[in-house]
Write a protein that binds this ligand. Sequence first.
Ligand code: ACO
Length: 322
Amino acid sequence: MASVELAGIACCVPERILTNSDLEKLVETSDEWIIKRTGISTRHVITKETTVELGYKAACMAIEQAGIDKNEIGLIVLSTVTGEYLTPSIASLIQKELDIDCPCMDVSAGCTGYIYGLVTGASLMDTLNLNAVLVIASEALSYYTDWTDRATCVLFGDGAGAVVLKKSAQSCMHYPILGGIPDREDVLYIKKELRATPFRCISQNPMQYLRMKGSEVFAFATNAVEETLRKLLKMCKDKPYTKIIPHQANEKIIDYVRRKMNLKKSQFFLNISQYANTSSATIPIALCDAYNKGWLKKGDRVALVGFGAGLTYGGVVIDWTI
Ligand code: ACO
């Protein structure tokens, strides 16, 4: 893994908060059911904001915190599954707002996208001999949520997080794991609305909303998180990680893995109660929140672990240096 340090971290969520009682007015559900089955109380949902705006705001704050000139950034990697544009990339649109010159690319790996983005950013930093890389995740799941489907609409929220990676003598990022298995049962997807080719006209596609087979995803997720955490533990056995920031999809998934691995509740950082599942943005939002609340301290060794559509999964160990 390239020698990188994590120099700046920031996040940004839309102002509008949607509570469980707000959802009680949309679908047949209850605050009690949602909290008991998922751990979620509120989520932030876009009104006028876009993934570009949220990502841009998070990026600006991360650059400021890193104390670098924006022109030092040699690459922007952005993870999203909900961007407003197919092309150009959301990374390029954020680049336009930042007004800098550098290569830009989007990464799509479901909710594991941020781990894929971090690993891609750090690896390309080495390959291209760059001094600084911006890795952002920005998501607006609410565009693709079926607000009449109680099984999914209670789960998601919108938001963005960004990290500045800087070249350093000692690396803070170790043991990357990126994985994927075929989703043979179509347990999790958002299908694009296709329009037309010269030979075929497809005007409406009713499947453009997020569709999920909850219990199948639950089974995959618990397995993927446990296996990844166990692999990471083996890889860093000389200096094991003591803290874990998981993808925040459902508190029950984390509880299940925690009990199975005999880990302490205090080892996990969770903010799903406040933000719900913001897909690939949950990990950088949680990193930012954990840092701002003083849960992550200089010298901590933390494991990041994610899973998502694909089906993808991944993890990485970070030595916290800020
Ligand atoms: N409010 C009230 N009742 C509900 C709701 C709701 N919002 N949603 C479902 N129910 C009902 C169901 O209709 C069902 O009723 P029935 O018994 O009369 O048929 C009952 O509650 C139980 O439904 P289940 O689907 O079995 O509930 P379960 O305990 O499995 O919880 C959940 C569902 C929360 C979706 C769970 O399966 C889960 O968390 N799965 C993983 C989801 C996940 O991680 N998604 C994120 C990955 S994708 C990504 O990150 C972008």
